[in-house]
Write a protein of this length. Structure first.
Length: 138
């Protein structure tokens, strides 16, 4: 069979450049390809390249997952305050029986109690300190 991709040829619609034809396996043709991200070359089956199924070494999928996680994090930050929360800040509520502001943060489905404070400013500072100290939240 003739060479389907030539060395140095860029695979259309992908981040891959063909380095050379690899050894066929199970009657299938493979090509050693280099991705634009600079990772080590990877053997990819010809039909996956031709159909457009494979567009990178896997870096595009990793990038998409990172973007999805970041987007989900932004959605969580934009949550509305509860109806019974008289304070207009997520993570801080007024505890009327005690007469103090309570700090409670939720991270990865777990609640973290930040304490009770006399003023909203103290509660806000405690909330920011708790958010900055992520190792306490894991």
């Amino acid at each position: 069979m003739s060479v389907l991709y030539k060395p140095g040829e860029r695979v259309a619609g992908s981040r891959l450049t063909v380095i050379k034809e690899a050894t066929p396996r199970k009657s299938k043709h493979y090509f050693l390809c280099q991705c634009d991200c600079g990772s080590k070359p990877k053997e990819i089956e010809y039909t996956s390249l031709r159909s457009g199924l494979t567009k990178s070494c896997g870096c595009l999928r990793k990038k998409a997952v990172r973007e999805k996680v970041a987007l989900e994090g932004q959605k969580k930050e934009k949550k509305k305050k509860r109806r019974n929360n008289s304070v207009d800040l997520n993570g801080i509520s007024y505890n009327s029986p005690v007469g103090k502001y309570k700090v409670i943060l939720v991270f990865d489905g777990k609640q973290f109690y930040g304490g009770d404070y006399d003023t909203i400013e103290e509660a806000l500072a405690a909330k920011k300190a708790l958010e900055m100290n992520e190792e306490n939240l894991s």
